[in-house]
Design a binder for this molecule. Structure first.
Ligand code: GSH
Length: 208
């Protein structure tokens, strides 16, 4: 049994779609960030970074980092077809975009939504936020250009990277502007949103 520490609307979304897709045995432990439960001693003992998601594997190991969890679950439940395997020509693209999404866009989201944590200047948060949105837009534009030549991020078939991208797109502070600037990102997001296990996960997360 997997246990995922999560909350609606958070980065638990992508790992949970992988658990659903893989028909894994799993359960949610909901951590209420509004009540600061992610900073409680109990949760810090699980994830000292005070972030969601965190996953306990059936053998008791802890995993954090949403992209790493998706990569792990994609390999552990490879029957889903959501993780191009070593030897598949799509594997390099898959790894490239998973890391790019997590390292560049997720991080820009954190600078946007927690901007006061990224400056010691009491007046600096607005500038951090606006710069983060510019960086998000530049990164989505790079992805959109890639999607002009590839049907999915990893080329031939939907992968965890497309699901992860849909999650990040849904967090954009101006979704109408994102869809207009990046129509191919919007198309992939639409296709991802129609998949049954994604819909089921979104019933809990309500990202869109
Ligand atoms: N790099 C981490 C980032 C996780 C993260 O920042 N999660 C947010 C929710 S989407 C969180 O825990 N926020 C609470 C806080 O930082 O106070 C990952 O990909 O899992």
């Amino acid at each position: 049994m997997y246990t995922i520490y999560t909350a609606p609307g958070t980065g638990g979304f992508a790992p949970e779609t992988m658990l659903e897709a893989g028909n894994a045995r799993w359960k949610r432990e909901i951590i209420d960030t509004e009540k600061d439960e992610h900073r409680s001693a109990g949760y810090l003992a699980i994830n000292p970074a005070a972030q969601l998601p965190a996953l306990i594997l059936p053998d008791g190991q802890l995993m954090t980092e949403s992209a790493a969890i998706c990569l792990f679950l994609g390999d552990a439940h490879r029957g889903t077809g959501l993780a191009p395997q070593p030897g598949d020509s799509s594997r390099p693209l898959y790894l490239r975009w998973m890391i790019y999404l997590s390292a560049v866009i997720y991080e820009a989201d954190l600078r946007c939504y927690y901007s006061d944590r990224y400056t010691s200047d009491a007046q600096g948060a607005d500038a951090v936020r606006s710069c983060a949105v510019d960086q998000m837009n530049a990164a989505f534009a790079i992805i959109d250009e890639h999607l002009s030549r590839h049907e999915w991020l990893a080329d031939k078939a939907m992968s965890a990277a497309d699901i992860y991208m849909a999650m990040l797109a849904s967090w954009h502070p101006d979704i109408a502007a994102l869809k207009q600037a990046c129509p191919r990102v919007a198309d992939v997001w639409n296709k991802v949103a129609k998949v049954d296990f994604v819909k089921k996960t979104n019933d809990f997360h309500k990202l869109w």
